[in-house]
Write a protein that binds this ligand. Structure first.
Ligand code: MN
Length: 423
């Protein structure tokens, strides 16, 4: 058992009851303030602990951290120290924040500088992302999409239950929560016309996903065995894989998603460590047929994380449009990484591996508008009687997620983004 996960721990920092950031979480992120540029921090309640300050003032002594490791634009170099070292830093922060530890609590000048109210901060991209991969690992999502676009009787293609299907996405257009995106334009093939038109997308959608972040560089030619896969995963973020369904539908054959996806993806700013998620491990769905040996696994490799999507407009407050759970995923992160590298593909620190749209078994648990409105055949009612088939300009999509057990709630904060008119 990881000490920092003990459900009995309490902090001297007051943490609101419904906070995503109790002492048992301690996620890592990069923030700025009026006075600080790009500093690594840890979230606790409504505050951020400044890791540069702690490091420079001997609070992290004995951990043998490189100079300046927290004074960087991204967390990549810190994460590259590996899960053990990052875990040791989390453990030390946990000790410093425990209600019975006076070291920082009773040091007024240090506490006032090191503990910064979130209202005074802005969150930045947590990592520089060399590569981004998007999987397609929810059986419910793949079945819904296959039923809509192909054949309800053969919704899953023959490969789907033998390997975690995925594609290489665009890393350069991944933005941090709070960044607005312009409605993308592209080629659209309307049903009543033979040739495509050029137009802003008329079917703009979100995809509710989670993503894991890697903390290793592996040599080209090497494979990561499934048993070791989680050693290379530092933690998770929420991920919105924005999608233009009409552009996607026209372009995707035969090579897969391209401009329908690469105009932008959003991530939540706090990397919740795999260590912090240990208590929330869960069994996944039973895998039949039997997978090939390199994809076989033991133990609980899924995670029980409750997820929701809300849509807010310029006129209305956020309305919940979907509630689901990460535990429904058919393929788990360890299988995804083992499969990704089985051919010798190398991975890099800061790579982002998104799960694929997370849909649950019931219609209110679907992770995209494509499924929620069945490709626009139905409408979704928002507050104030507004209706949506797909997203409109001015809409903001908000994703939230948290795990909860034994009275402890470990959450991700928010992944939000607003849609601006086409440029
Ligand atoms: Mn996706």
């Amino acid at each position: 058992m990881i000490q920092a996960n003990d459900s009995r721990l309490k902090s001297w920092v007051a943490v609101p009851k419904d906070s995503d950031f109790p002492i048992q979480n301690l996620p890592f992120g990069i923030f700025t303030t009026r006075y600080l540029t790009a500093v690594a921090g840890v979230a606790i309640g409504d505050f951020i602990i400044d890791l540069v300050y702690l490091h420079e003032h001997e609070f992290l002594d004995g951990l043998e951290l490189p100079r300046g490791i927290f004074n960087q634009k991204h967390l990549n170099d810190f994460f590259a120290l590996g899960r053990k070292k990052v875990g040791a830093v989390r453990e030390r922060i946990s000790e410093l924040l425990r209600h019975d530890n006076g070291k920082l609590r009773d040091n007024n000048p240090a506490r006032e500088i090191a503990l910064i109210s979130m209202t005074e901060t802005q969150m930045m991209m947590p990592v520089g992302i060399p590569n981004y991969t998007d999987f397609y690992s929810s059986e419910e999502h793949a079945t819904n999409v296959g039923s809509m676009f192909r054949d309800p009787k053969n919704a899953l293609l023959p490969n789907w239950k033998h390997l975690p299907v995925g594609y290489h996405g665009r890393a350069s257009s991944i933005v941090v929560s709070g960044t607005a995106l312009h409605r993308p334009k592209g080629q659209i093939k309307l049903p009543d016309s033979e040739s495509p038109v050029f137009s802003p997308t008329r079917k703009l959608d979100f995809e509710l996903e989670m993503a894991f972040v890697s903390c290793s560089n592996t040599p080209l030619g090497n494979s990561i065995p499934l048993k070791e896969a989680e050693d290379h995963i530092i933690g998770f973020v929420l991920f919105n894989d924005w999608s233009a369904r009409d552009i996607q539908n026209w372009e995707y054959v035969p090579l897969g998603p391209f401009l329908g996806k690469n105009f932008g993806s959003s991530i939540s700013p706090w990397v919740v460590t795999l260590d912090a998620l240990e208590p929330f491990r869960s069994d996944g769905p039973e895998q039949i047929p039997q997978v090939l040996p390199y994809l076989e696994f033991e133990g609980k490799r899924n995670f029980d994380i409750r997820l929701e999507v809300l849509i807010a407009t310029d006129k209305t407050e956020p309305t919940i449009v979907s509630k689901t759970n990460f535990k429904y995923m058919y393929w788990n992160p360890a299988q995804q990484l083992a499969h990704h590298t089985v051919n010798g593909c190398n991975i890099q620190v800061g790579d982002v591996y998104a799960s694929g749209t997370i849909s649950g078994p019931t219609p209110d648990s679907f992770g995209s508008l494509l499924e929620l409105t069945w490709n626009g055949q139905k409408t979704l009612t928002l507050g104030g009687g507004l209706e949506r088939r797909f997203l409109e300009d001015g809409d903001t999509v908000i994703m939230r997620g948290h795990a909860e057990k034994d009275g402890v709630r470990v959450g991700f904060g928010e992944c939000s983004g607003k849609i601006l008119p086409a440029k």
